[in-house]
Design a protein around this ligand. Sequence first.
Ligand SMILES: [Zn+2]
Length: 294
Amino acid sequence: MARASGAPAGVRAAVIDGLLEVDLGPRVRAGFTTTRFNLALAAGVAALRAAWGTPLALADQVHGATVAWVTRPGPAATAGPSGLVELARVGAVRAGPDALAGAGPVGPGAGGLDGAGVSVYPACDALAAGVDGAGVSVYPACDALVAGVDGIGLVIRTADCVPVLLADPSAALVAAVHAGWRGLMAGVVNAALGALQSRGARHVRAAIGPAICADHYQVGQDLAAAAAQAGHSVSRGPDGTAHLDVAASVRAQLEAGGARIVADLRECTAESARLFSWRARRDTGRQAALIALT
Ligand SMILES: [Zn+2]
């Protein structure tokens, strides 16, 4: 199931080969890469910069519900050899399932978007050097990035987990979210929505990228029980095995949180030859989900 045929709703005509661009509104560029567009290679980064004109900030996943704000590099920032952006985390939002609406305040008062107390992380050199190669920089440990400034591309990477891109063009806010089952259970989608809404977002549009489908996502009985208890979508295979539909739960959380899903690729990473899958093939490559205000 869930294999896309033809262009899914919300996907734009290709500008960059191998990048599935989605339309999240004016001034927003957003999309999901396939195996044909390898962001781990410098050529991929260069192609993206040429098309979008933005440097990139990359989040490393922790499979929780931590959101980081990304700011434009200040005068003191040192760009890496690739010219990619530095990542400044000005306020981490750590939200549990019961504290999702309490994502704020971040920004001024809690560090300041461009003010004091900014923690600056190393430049994202790894994107040019090879994400899985040597010289990988240390990134902020978070599952979601939010930016309220123009000209910075946010990147999260997935192989089977659900990538979500969020934008409210009228509020000039964008976010990239990595939602695996741990993040789902921890409330990463709601944490990201809360982070946007606490900064003034009122009309959030969402795009859901390729992820593993329930049929191909068998989980243990303990996780299945916990997920079912938490109200997530758990199904049973013919042999009684438990299967988790993370994308379905992400969809439900987005809609419950007031976001409008304008693109939903519904392409299974385990089934599609143009996507990486850790579960199905132990692929070490990753899809990138990218978004920027331009
Ligand atoms: Zn599948």
